[in-house]
Design a protein around this ligand. Structure first.
Ligand code: WQD
Length: 343
């Protein structure tokens, strides 16, 4: 039996990272996780093992510690691919603490890439975001849409990160890289063993909805209903986290295959469908049978009116497509919330 291909997942205890570890293990890869647990709990390892029966090898350290990154790769020369999730990702916090975001998100990326070049063929997948598009001029958004000036240091670290990777791939043909620009990930694993564990007050819509329904929050504030959209609320592309995780596996498979594709590609990963805030609320009320307590308030600074993906490039080139309907994804989020609150 051939030795399984070894893949590093940084931030593998996080929300998207943990779901991707599960899909990688179930696709037959051996997974090693690096996580500093600054925004994730080691208990997630048990959830992963409960699903796959294989506790991944885990090392806890901060990727800003360059010596530890070098030591790690010297101890694991057989890692063929790296999926890089580890980063600070709170938009608001990044405005308050820009240097923390530039050091953590970009410093770690440089240290990783230094270990992935000059060592023979290596694959690298970067967790990027549709935030790089800002308010796109045309919808749905294609990968050719212009990158707009970032609205936050967080968004800027994604833009600069992609440029760092592109510049590196240009002079290092041995590095095969893909950036996946996520739209809005939602939901939890169908096993209910892993899911989103936002620390503190959730910034994102779906965890705020489920925490409100669970009684942790008094009510959901809907940030504006005076946008130029059919119901006045903002439109986003909410993609089920397991569909997103699976996109990483197919992207990795593309990179591991000897191929003559250019060594750096970018893909939009969404459903291709736009959904408004009120439609998400109605979806939740349908699947939970509960009326959600919410009220319309003023707009949130920095919000774009609409963002949803043109997924034809990922569909055609990766052979990947999101298959989970909104209600099903929202139901997994609600099941997970009830479980972690032992409701
Ligand atoms: C969605 C919609 C809000 C909360 C962010 C990051 C992006 C990515 C996904 C990391 C908006 C509305 C929200 C609430 C609300 N993260 N909303 N009340 O802003 O589209 O994207 O998360 O990569 O990079 O920018 O997601 O869930 O915060 O907001 O009305 O309490 O829900 O106004 O229209 P967003 P979100």
């Amino acid at each position: 039996m051939a030795k399984p291909i070894k893949i590093l997942v940084t931030g593998g205890l996080g929300y998207i990272g943990s779901h991707t570890v599960v899909e990688l293990q179930q696709a037959g890869y051996e997974v090693v996780i690096i996580d500093d647990c600054s925004n994730a709990s080691e208990a997630v390892l048990e959830g992963i093992a409960a699903i796959t029966g294989k506790p991944p090898h885990f090392e806890r350290f901060d990727l800003r510690e360059k010596k530890k990154v070098i030591d790690f790769f010297n101890r694991h020369p057989d890692i063929k691919g790296t999926i890089h999730f580890a980063a600070s990702k709170a938009v608001g916090e990044s405005v308050e603490k820009p240097l923390l975001y530039y050091e953590n998100n970009l410093g770690s990326l440089v240290y990783l890439l230094q270990q992935l070049t000059g060592r023979g063929r290596r694959s690298f997948i970067f967790s990027s975001s549709c935030t790089v598009y800002g308010q796109a001029d045309a919808l749905p958004i294609t990968e050719g849409a212009p990158v707009k000036p970032a609205e936050s240091p967080y968004g800027n670290t994604k833009q600069i990160g992609e440029e760092i990777i592109g510049d590196t791939c240009r002079v290092h043909p041995e590095l095969q890289a893909i950036s996946l620009r996520y739209f809005n990930p939602i939901g939890a694993h169908p096993s209910n063993m892993i899911g989103e564990l936002p620390m503190g007050i959730p910034q994102n819509l779906v965890p705020f909805i489920t925490q409100t329904a669970a009684g942790l929050r008094k009510e959901l504030s809907v940030f504006g209903d005076d946008y130029p959209t059919p119901d006045g609320t903002c439109i986003r592309d909410y993609i089920y986290v397991v569909d997103l995780a699976r996109a990483h596996v197919v992207a990795l498979q593309r990179l591991l295959e000897e191929g003559n594709q250019e060594n750096y590609e970018v893909f939009n990963i969404g459903t291709g469908t736009g959904t408004s805030v009120l439609e998400v609320i109605h979806s939740f009320e349908r699947v939970s049978g509960k009326a959600l307590n919410y009220q319309i308030v003023g707009r949130r600074p920095g919000d774009v009116t609409q963002a949803y993906a043109d997924t034809s490039k990922a569909n055609k080139t990766l052979g990947w497509k999101a298959t989970t309907a909104l209600d099903q994804a929202i139901k997994t989020a609600w099941d997970w919330e009830q479980k972690i609150r032992a409701l």
